[in-house]
Design a protein around this ligand. Structure first.
Ligand code: SF4
Length: 63
């Protein structure tokens, strides 16, 4: 499973990083930068929390 970012939707709120600091970095302006190409199997709940935390629907889980 991949954590996919639509950078055209990311507005730099940074809320996604709070539940998933091992999966998402923020750049100097607060925009999300996924840290891993593949979400580890034991990280899928955390990745789902990051997706749910984004108020702009910029993140999704996909293949
Ligand atoms: S919460 Fe959404 S809009 Fe904010 S940084 Fe994360 S992906 Fe971007």
């Amino acid at each position: 499973m991949k954590l996919l970012l639509d950078s055209t939707r990311c507005q730099g709120y940074g809320l996604c990083q709070e539940p998933a600091p091992d999966l998402i970095d923020l750049d100097e302006w607060g925009y999300a930068q996924p840290r891993v190409a593949e979400v580890p199997a034991d990280g899928e709940d955390i990745a789902a929390a990051a997706v749910a935390a984004c108020p702009n629907s910029a993140l999704r889980l996909g293949k």
